[in-house]
Write a protein that binds this ligand. Structure first.
Ligand code: P6P
Length: 333
């Protein structure tokens, strides 16, 4: 049922979250909406313009950068670097913390982001996404130091993602529930379409890359066996290979997404600061939970900005079941 009301992000923040609407945080969310529109305009035309394929370099993760990765990273920086709201940024595409250029004023917030997650899917026109988190500086007198960026997800003041799919959606939480906005490309506005998203009590999906099963620990294999044959309700398997798409589907229909550790990836693949923690914040705000298999992802303080972490995220009882099987196995070994 389409909303009768037409509510933009700005209107929504002013009407429903007045304690946020005055501050820099609202403007930050608005700036991320602007970045989303700019990136969406390019992803929508990918294939028609020279924006597909590989850029000529490898990022800090050792992954071949796609042109859209580089483009999205640059757009988010250029939209946010001069506003005076931020004192630092962290991007998956940049090795070190990004300081605010000296010619611009510094603010109190830190923006951490993965500019385009799932970019290996771009050339095959599969949904991709941007993930972001917003922290407040720990020291107003000395804002923008590395420790400001190495905060646990519990300290997030807001988090969100942009899903570039059949439509472009921006989903965010500022600690007052999870709300989704869909971009009307004709109007150039994000319109409220999913107010106060709650993960359904009854899940539908489980999302793992079973090609990695040969590397799963016994605890993981027992968990997958439980998901396949003993979970009530019976689940079905969906795995896009683009975490924002998998996360969003499971948020709306219930389920669990997981990327466990493997021998070649002892800490898993997903990055804690700008992927796992923001999504765990959103999951928890929607009634779900995110864990590394032993503890809440929101309780983990990053040791370095690109730290990886095993991830299980979705319905609380499904994630706690992962913790049970994994800890049970660890006790036996
Ligand atoms: P695999 C994209 O590179 C990503 O980080 C997530 O978006 C996605 O869920 C995962 O990797 C897919 O990894 O190893 O299953 O191809």
């Amino acid at each position: 049922m389409i909303n009768q009301k037409i509510v933009t992000i700005e209107r929504f923040l002013l009407d429903t979250q007045p304690e946020l609407a005055r501050g820099e945080l609202t403007s930050l969310l608005y700036e991320m909406a602007l970045a989303a529109k700019i990136i969406a305009a390019q992803t929508r035309r990918a294939g028609l313009i020279d924006i597909l394929g590989f850029a000529d370099n490898v990022n800090v993760q050792g992954e071949e950068q796609r042109k859209l990765d580089v483009y999205a990273d640059e757009v988010i920086f250029r939209v946010n670097c001069h506003t005076g709201r931020l004192c630092a940024m962290v991007s998956e595409e940049q090795e070190d913390m990004i300081s605010i250029p000296p010619e611009y004023p510094k603010g109190s917030y830190i923006l951490v982001f993965d500019p385009l997650d799932g970019s290996s899917n771009i050339d095959t026109n599969i949904s991709i996404g941007t993930i972001f988190g917003i922290y407040r500086t720990l020291d107003e007198k000395h804002p923008g130091r590395l420790e400001d960026c190495l905060q646990p997800g519990r300290n997030l003041v807001a988090a969100g993602y942009i899903l570039f799919g059949p439509s472009t959606m921006l989903v965010y939480s500022a600690g007052l529930g999870v709300h989704g906005f869909t971009l009307d490309p004709g109007w150039g506005e994000f319109i409220l379409t999913h107010e106060n998203i709650r993960i359904p009590e009854q899940p539908t999906y489980f999302s793992f890359n079973h090609a990695a099963a040969k590397h799963f620990t016994q605890g993981m294999n027992e968990y997958i066996e439980w998901l396949r044959n003993h979970c009530d309700p019976v689940l079905t398997q969906r795995y896009v290979g683009s975490m924002v798409a998998d996360f969003h589907r499971n948020l709306l229909h219930g389920g669990v997404f997981g990327y466990p550790a493997e021998p070649s990836k002892p800490d898993g693949k997903i990055r804690l600061l700008y992927e796992a923690a923001p999504l765990a914040f959103i999951a928890e705000q929607a009634g779900g939970y995110g864990s590394d298999g032993t503890q809440s992802l929101l309780n983990i303080k990053p040791a370095e900005i690109h730290q990886r972490v095993p991830v299980f995220i979705g319905n609380r009882f499904l994630v706690e079941k992962a913790e049970y099987f994994i800890s049970n196995y660890q006790k036996q070994n």
